[in-house]
Design a protein around this ligand. Structure first.
Ligand code: FA5
Ligand code: MG
Length: 423
């Protein structure tokens, strides 16, 4: 068990189901682009290691399984790290050709304005059955007929990638080139349709708010890049150009046939995707900080509604930041045998542990935690690290006493929980 109570207390929140919450409105907007898909929105976040990793073909030594990245409840049970944890079960239930799963997911991760240890994903999948071809002669022909039903768009998508590549992004032996070509077009067109719908809504809202930015003045820029997931092949990520940089919004690919075979539906083949609802909601509403989604302040919540057009978020005044540094020594790996120091060795150290201590002490009052300096002492070989914490409330001005007290508790907990030596 490495799951703190602050994380457990997020479980009942279910922001994707809270009426008029921006995560819920974003979910509804995306769901409306997939009218025939069955939506699952209340699946339990407590899943087995088998569901979250094994059923998807994650290798035994995959980094995602480690205690530094995943919240375990016991040896065999985790808080799901992605909605793909429900893929095998949903394929096995075989209730519809297309499905969407929206849910809260949990990951030990960095602290900054776009990362939070709890966020929301939407998973989607579409499969076709080789045993029910209807009027089509082949499964590829049937998929192309379905491609024709996807609304067309006029944005210029950068996509230099072949539908598959023998080394980088291989076709599975159970699929023919024709089948994969058709599925890849269906997959990419379906997701481009979502991104275009989101950007049109954001653009309309931005223009109504009088914004003059790349969003209102320039055409949307989108690109596909090749990717890797243990449970799809070939695989891609979709990126959009946002605030001078490419932002990854989703991962996707052709479902590994083993997953469908093991789920008792070997005659089916298809694609799946997983997207981050916070990332999309931040673009849609222009929400600057991921912590805001967890706010219960009416100045935040009252700005959103699932009725009527999307309205851009109007920030309430920004409260002052307060930066504080902490420096500490790790034990050098070479002195470990000497045993004269009980502090954590450079080898055992993981940054996510520092992040979790910060989160545990300060909750949402910590805006970000960043490594600002590290060096190895030339003589002793010991490593020193310095982290800078920014304390800032989204709702009020913090007092000096308050931030001093938080920071002192943070320092003491680093010693107690991680065994570092303060400098
Ligand atoms: C996955 O979680 C895969 N399960 C996605 C997938 C599903 C691939 C089905 C193929 C088939 P990834 O870890 O990249 O992949 O996360 C998917 C999306 O979740 C990202 O593109 C991003 O939009 C969002 N995301 C990931 N980490 C965070 C985070 N810490 N905070 C907010 N959003 C995040
Ligand atoms: Mg990714």
């Amino acid at each position: 068990m490495n799951t703190p109570s602050t994380i457990l207390s997020a479980i009942p929140r279910r922001l994707h189901l809270q009426k008029d919450h921006p995560i819920a409105v974003t979910r509804e907007l995306i769901e409306s682009r997939f009218p025939d898909y069955k939506c699952h929105n209340t699946l339990c976040p407590v899943v087995t290691v088998e569901q979250n990793f094994d059923s998807l073909g994650f290798p035994a030594d995959h980094i995602g399984r480690s205690r530094t990245d995943t919240y375990y409840l016991n040896r065999n049970t985790v808080l799901r790290t992605h909605t793909s944890a429900h893929q095998a079960d949903t394929f096995r239930a075989n209730e519809s050709a297309g499905y969407l799963i929206s849910a809260d997911v949990y990951r030990r991760d960095a602290i900054d304005r776009s990362h939070y240890p709890v966020f929301h994903q939407m998973e989607g999948a579409r499969t076709w059955d080789r045993n029910s071809l209807g009027t089509s002669k082949t499964i590829a022909e049937q998929i192309w007929a379905d491609v024709a039903k996807i609304p067309s768009h006029f944005i210029n998508v950068e996509d230099p990638n072949p539908p598959f590549h023998p080394e980088r992004n291989p076709l599975q032996e159970s699929h023919s080139a024709e089948e994969v070509e058709a599925m890849v077009v269906h997959l990419k067109r379906s997701l481009e349709d979502v991104v275009v719908a989101i950007f049109n809504a954001a653009k309309t809202a931005a223009a109504a708010a009088g914004e003059k930015t790349a969003l209102t003045e320039e055409p949307l820029k989108v690109r596909w890049v090749e990717a890797y997931f243990p449970f799809t092949s070939p695989s891609w990520e979709l990126e959009v150009f946002w605030k001078d940089d490419w932002l990854e919004v989703l991962g996707c690919g052709i479902v590994k046939q083993d997953i469908l075979n093991n789920a008792g539906v070997p005659s089916r083949l298809g694609w799946a995707f997983g997207l981050g609802l916070e990332r999309i909601a931040m673009l849609l509403y222009s929400i600057p900080d991921i912590r805001l989604f967890w706010s219960t302040d009416t100045r935040f919540l009252s700005q959103f509604s699932s009725a009527g057009p999307i309205q851009r978020f109007v920030p309430f005044s920004k409260y002052p930041a307060c930066f504080k540094d902490v420096s500490f020594w790790l034990r050098s790996s070479s002195s470990a045998a000497g045993g004269h120091s009980r502090n954590v060795s450079a080898h055992d150290f993981h940054e996510n542990d520092v992040m979790e201590v910060a989160r545990d002490v300060s909750g949402d009052l910590v805006e970000d935690v960043r490594l600002v300096d590290e060096f190895v002492h030339p003589r002793t070989g010991r490593k020193s690290m310095c982290y800078r914490t920014n304390y800032r409330s989204l709702e009020r001005t913090l007092t000096n006493e308050e931030t001093n007290e938080l920071h002192e508790r943070f320092r003491q907990q680093l010693v107690e929980k991680l065994g570092v030596e303060l400098r």
